[in-house]
Design a protein around this ligand. Structure first.
Ligand code: FAD
Length: 393
């Protein structure tokens, strides 16, 4: 991967912490004008930033603009988050080079050593990996050094509608197996597609749909697009629509990123309950078809939307907060989905984390020795149990 190098400010004055926007400024005094990494101060301040639009020549950080409803960068590191581009660029786990962490005892830890941002290392334990996904139980992340990627020369997006969930997900598996370097491949079931049409004023066909995006040179994109069309057609796709203009693409992805709000609008006055799982790609068709059937059988109102290129998908369920019986059914659905993922050698959460609700599932996932090892790590780093007590373990 081509990487440029650029040193960012490590200076509170260059970050807009109160507005929730993180200004990514290059350091004019930095040692090298390229961009390989960016150090960002965390807490709640470093939120959605306008990434490549703001600094196209220097590189982009592809994950930033989407996880959650305005996630912070250090919150993303704390939860092991990812965005729609993870299929091509990896999750935050793959893109964090160093973390600054305030430990429960008050010491400041630089997980990779102060000021370091190497591409690989065989030096000691991977402390960065330990804190990514620790959900605030081991320490407070206050800054993150992130890997940047070069902005692509050309970008093309597409939507593709299918006669069934199976056909859409089979296409995903085949595209990945054919090693098409797709940058995004997102699944929306027909309920989600309908909700997005209404909420974001799209006119996509109401059917199980894939949203795709490809990055590369003009020539490479031509090949990727052709191969993808062949694969989707062989799986019975009945509508393929390309979006080449930036405005069209951003409308499409804005609709995808507003899926949560589109789902909430399906049942005004109700609360959204999101759950997610992740399985090996080869098992994705099986679990998605099953989840869809479970959802119908449960009688709940919900949508399925997924980062299917990673084997990860979400169910967004709409629940009346006053209705305890309905809430119980929603929780039972989430637990059942988690166990289905575990049975297929997957994980009970690809993004949303364990929190309080999936502690039992975590035990089933990693086993007694795994949990005990985690407990020992927690007890060593946070002997007084100050950090998010009760969460995860
Ligand atoms: C509508 C919706 C869509 C979502 N989509 C995605 C998605 O696409 N991809 C994805 O990965 N996740 C998604 N999520 C889950 C969630 O938004 C992400 O995991 C996100 O990274 C959380 O970041 P945050 O800053 O909002 O953290 P919070 O929600 O504020 O906190 C999450 C956890 O991290 C801890 N934490 C927060 N900041 C720090 C810190 N600085 N140091 C240590 N611990 C900290 C908190 O204590 C808490 O336990 C979604 C959630 C919602 C509601």
């Amino acid at each position: 991967m081509c990487l440029l190098l650029l040193q960012s400010y490590n200076n509170m004055g260059t970050m807009s912490r109160c507005t929730g926007w993180c200004l990514l400024q290059s350091d004019p005094h930095g040692p090298n004008p390229g961009a390989e990494y960016r150090r960002l101060l965390g807490g709640g301040g470093a939120r959605r930033h306008p990434q490549s639009a703001q600094h196209p020549p220097a590189g982009q950080w592809p994950l930033v603009s989407y996880p959650g409803a305005d996630a912070s960068l250090c919150g993303m590191a704390a939860t092991g988050a990812s965005g729609t581009n993870a299929v091509r660029y990896g999750t935050i786990r793959d893109n964090v080079l160093n973390l600054e962490v305030v430990l429960p005892g008050g010491q400041l830890l630089h997980t990779a050593g102060q000021g370091r941002h190497y591409r690989k290392s065989a030096a000691g334990y991977n402390l960065t990996g330990l804190f990514v996904g620790s959900e605030g139980t081991l320490g407070l992340i206050t800054a993150a050094t992130l890997r940047l990627h070069p902005a692509p020369e050309t970008t093309v997006a597409a939507t593709c509608a299918f006669p069934s969930v199976q056909a859409a997900v089979d296409s995903t598996v085949h595209i990945l197996q054919a090693a098409v370097p797709v940058a995004r491949i997102e699944f929306l079931d027909e309920v989600m597609m309908d909700a997005c049409n209404r909420h974001s004023k799209l006119d996509c066909r109401v059917a199980p749909t894939l949203f795709l995006e490809f990055h590369g040179s003009e020539q490479a994109l031509g090949e990727q697009v052709q191969r993808t069309e062949e694969i989707t057609q062989s799986n019975g796709a009945f509508h393929f629509s390309w979006a080449k203009e930036a405005e069209e693409r951003s409308q499409l992805w804005a609709a995808r990123h507003n899926a949560w709000y589109a789902a909430l609008a399906l049942r005004p006055g109700c609360k959204g309950y999101a759950t997610d799982v992740c399985v090996p790609i080869s098992r994705l068709p099986e679990i998605l078809v099953q989840a869809k059937e479970d959802l119908k059988a449960s009688g709940l109102t919900g949508t399925i939307v997924g980062h299917v290129g990673d084997g990860n998908f979400h169910c967004i369920l709409l629940v009346d907060p006053e209705d305890t019986e309905e809430l119980r059914r929603v929780e039972a659905f989430a637990q059942q989905l988690g166990r289905r993922a575990l049975a297929l050698h997957g994980t009970c959460t690809g993004e949303h984390g364990i929190g309080l609700g999936k502690r039992q599932l975590l035990q089933e996932e990693v086993g007694a020795v795994g949990i005990e090892t985690m407990r020992q790590l927690k007890a060593t780093l946070d002997p007084r149990g100050l950090m998010n007590p009760g969460k995860v373990l």
